[in-house]
Each structure stands twice: as C-alpha cells, then as structure tokens.
Write a protein that binds this ligand. Sequence first.
Ligand code: KIV
Length: 313
Amino acid sequence: MLNIFNRVRYSSVSKRCLDLVSPVLSRGYSNGSSNKKKTLDTIRSKYQAEKPISVITAYDYTSARLSDEAGFDVLLVGDSLGMLQLGYDATTKVTISEMLIHCKSVSRTAKHAFLIGDMPFGSYLTVEDAVQNACLFIKEGGMDAIKLEGGERIADKVSSIVDTGISVMGHIGLTPQTATTLSGYKVQGTTAKSALQLLQDAISLQNSGCFSIVLECIPEKIAMEITNTIDIPTIGIGAGRHTNGQVQTFHDTIGLYDLIKPKFAKPYTDTEKIISIALKSFRTEIQENIFPSEEHIFKIKEKNYQEFLNTKC
Ligand code: KIV
C-alpha cells in the first residue's frame, strides 16, 4: 500500500519541499533513542515493532516541556486548545493565527517529540487553501506534520498537501469541527452503514497519503477492524484497546478542565484541585499578612539605608 513513508522518500522532492522539511532536518534525525528528535521513522519503527505510539496534546511552553520530558512520541497542537486554553465553547472558533501562536510556543520548547499541528475549521475548504495553510504550520509554526479532520470528502486536500512534501495525519469518527453535522459529541460508527463509511474513510485517507489516522469515539470492534485493514498506524481516543497508539488531551490527562469530563479520558491527577488549593492559600496568606515572610524579602545594607534616610528631604 502507498503511504507517506513511501511518498516522502520516493516522490520527486521540489525545492519548495526542501524548504518545508528543512526545519525538521535541522533538528536532526534519529531512530528511537529517547534523547533524540523523533521522526516519521520513529513512528514507523514503533508501528512495525507493534509498540504503542504515545501522543498527547500540547499548547504552550509548560505543556510542551512537561510532555516532551515525559517522553511522548508525538505532541499534537490540537485545536482543542480553543476550549481548553482560549475559553471558546467549540473548536470551530479557532483561527489559523491562534493555532500558529501555540504551534510556535510548542516548537520552541519541545526537543524530542514529533510535532503535529491541527488545521482549524475553515482553513482547508479548497485545495489551494489547504496547501497554503498547511505550509504555514511547517514554515511558521515549526511543526513536523499537520492533521486534518474528515475522510473521503477531504481526500483531494490530503493528497495535495502530501504532494507538497508535508506529512498528514487524518482524523475520523467524532470530528469536533463538524460535530453539529454529526448531531453533537456522540459515539460514531455504531450502525453497520456508518461503520462501513468509517472503514471506507480510513482506506481513502491512507490512499491519499496520510501517515497515520486518529480514530475518535468509535466502538472498539470497529477501531480494531480499521486498524487490521489499513497499513498505517491508527491512534485512538475513545476507540478502545486495539489501535496502534493512544492520544488524550493534556488537560484531561492531568485533570485540568472543569466543563467536560469525557468517558474515554483518565485523569492521572487532580490538577484543578491542586491549583485551587494553592491559589486559595496564597490569597489567604496575603489577607492574613503571612506572605511575604523573611525568606522572600530583599535587604539593603544598613549604611546605605541610613544614607538614604539622611538625604531624603
Ligand atoms: O484537537 C485535539 O486535541 C484533537 C485530539 C484530541 C485528537 O484533535
């Protein structure tokens, strides 16, 4: 089967493509060593060795630094940042400029993980827009690859971006950018017809050159069928135990979002609670004149202080 590994390696790479991949090259290639920059080869090797691929979202210096230090294979600058960082009520509000600010922050910070930027709603309506905007994620955002939501209907955009020399991750199932057309944030592929469409979408994305596909919120058995059918890694979120890797948002993983607690997420700590306790403690200590104490203050030599007192009018 044709996939991105083949396409990138064997297609005629234009000068424009070399411009696009140079940020990736300059960070250095390696294969598997956790201290080196991870690449498509790292992902391919893990897939071939049947080792799970670990993906987490990152949006800024702190989330990128901590996730990179934790050793994730991939950091995804997801448009979920619209809700988790910017306070929008949906990801559809996120703009390219907002995405690029966060991509730059993550690419300045992360030293090891493979970086994927999520193209926001409305930024890949035509093939021309798709290619131009994908280039921005690589050239300005410092990303190694981009992600698009949709199956067969965006195949032409995917193949054009891939032909430009940019690696593309697909995303099917529950696609938040078009959640209203899916009747809300619901599990997808629960009927034979819709499950078949998902399989068709996955095959189409693979044939268009995607190097990997996110499967979001679909029954475990359908995710397993898709994973067993295609030859590129599937990354699941709410897609069960048989995908080639897993992705979660940074905020769901550390328990730092108040509005939605998805069934498929597992908070490994309660950061909301920890931060809230810290903030209330600080406010109380200000109120009760406990903070700052001796250890937080700066001193002036007595001689200088006296001189200051004597000379002030
Ligand atoms: O935007 C996002 O964070 C995503 C992942 C959760 C897959 O698309």
